[in-house]
Ligand binder design. Structure first.
Ligand code: USQ
Length: 379
């Protein structure tokens, strides 16, 4: 099978490429190295050392057919879909930071424009060039927000005034980034309804981790961001513990979020590719477990203290985001289990591995100390 990964240089894109190559897929990839540039612009870089894409691919005997370009450019998207002859496209090439989208009007509209445009380019190119292509699109669990009822997978059985229907679950994202994903969701749903496109829309939780078996095998790390804009919560907590910086829990810390390891994220995407949507719009809630942030902080603190004997403190900083800090949360992920998903790596498995990898890059982490403190405020 030929798979075209958009955003192949990214945190998930690169390990996914390694997995698919090892499993015998023909891998094509596109990137414009936007994340590398943006992270540099906020004074940061990957805390774990990574090679340039060219070096990575060279080490793989140039097994990845690479296209350099921007997926918000329609001509580029049509050209690479035509040239690759892809059977499936995995779209991981969107602006991925909620805090970035909340800096200013410019970053909000940039996020909305670029993300929506890229998905629309894929939709139209697939409709015009080959409607059999399976579109695997990375959405976000954050599209749902934190409603006071269970979260199903995309759709809700509704009874109203004596009638019933299955309707899209209300989306209540809490940043312009999450809103951009919500627009993608509705655009993909419509594309399926009117042209029968094959869509798997993946509502992914927060990913953590430094490794997959292929990263270890090829000794090719993926990026690992820890700054206040691009770093996600567990990756930040680990790095903070390593350099003796108090863990930055935002607000009360009883916010619950859905999480999964990098290994599980890559495995789930592989499973979804192996189970293509057939003229349907299918939603997967892609996560392993959900936890309150306090539980993550305590886990990192306890593991670090027990392995290294050094004290880790937890600091409840004023929440820079507007979000509920104590709420009901109960999302489903049955669709993934139905196609064979079984957890590969638990939080407890991953934390010590991450600590070790980050400690191996401790000087870089120290050098990023001044971009850890949250300074992007939703208010
Ligand atoms: N948080 C802290 N301390 C920190 C950083 C974050 O307490 O130092 C809290 C945030 O307030 C939030 C939670 O941790 O409640 C998650 O924040 P995050 O920065 O780890 O993740 P988020 O902004 O939600 O976005 C990330 C990815 C995004 C993906 C999303 C999945 O950047 O691309 O879509 O996770 S989800 O969270 O399910 O929407």
């Amino acid at each position: 099978m030929k798979v075209l990964i958009l955003g192949i240089d990214g945190y998930i894109g690169f390990p996914l490429a390694l997995r698919l190559l090892d499993r015998g897929y023909e891998v094509y990839g596109a990137d414009n190295f936007y994340t590398r540039r943006r992270v540099k612009n906020v004074g940061s870089k990957s805390a774990v050392k990574i090679n340039s894409f060219a070096t990575r691919n060279k080490k793989l005997n140039n097994a990845i057919k690479f296209y350099m370009g921007d997926v918000s450019n329609p001509k580029f998207v049509y050209d690479i879909i035509r040239d690759s002859g892809a059977d499936a496209i995995v779209h991981l090439a969107e602006q991925r930071s909620a805090p970035y989208s909340m800096i200013s009007l410019k970053t909000a509209t940039e996020t909305l424009d670029k993300n929506i445009e890229s998905t629309m380019n894929i939709i139209y190119a697939v409709k015009d060039l080959n409607r059999d292509i399976h579109i695997v699109k990375l959405g976000s669990m954050g599209e749902y927000g934190t409603p006071n009822i269970d979260i199903p997978e995309g759709f809700l059985d509704v009874q109203f005034h004596g009638r019933s229907d299955k309707l899209p679950f209300p989306r209540m994202g809490q940043s312009w980034y999450h809103l951009s994903k919500i627009f993608d969701t509705y655009n993909l749903m419509l594309a399926n309804r009117i042209w029968g496109l094959n869509v798997s829309d993946v509502m992914q939780g927060v990913v953590y981790g430094t490794r997959t078996p292929e990263i270890t095998k090829y000794k090719l790390f993926t990026r690992f961001d820890i700054d206040q804009i691009y770093g996600t919560v567990l990756n930040r907590f680990i790095s903070q513990a390593v350099i003796g910086y108090p863990l930055t829990v935002y607000g009360k810390g009883d916010q619950k979020r859905a999480f999964l390891s990098l290994e599980d994220s890559v495995e789930c995407l592989n499973l979804i590719l192996d189970h293509p949507a057939e003229k349907e719009y299918k939603v997967y809630n892609q996560f392993d477990e959900y936890y309150p942030l306090n539980y993550l902080a305590e886990t990192v603190k306890n593991r670090y203290e027990s392995i290294y004997g050094k004290k880790v403190s937890i600091n409840h900083v004023p929440n820079p985001r507007v979000e509920m800090e104590d709420h009901y949360y109960n999302p489903a992920n049955q669709n993934l289990k139905d196609i064979g998903y079984r957890r590969q790596r638990s939080l407890e498995d991953e934390v010590p591995v991450m600590i070790k990898d980050v400690r191996n890059n401790i000087n870089t982490v120290y050098s990023l100390k001044n971009v850890i403190k949250p300074s992007t405020n939703w208010r």
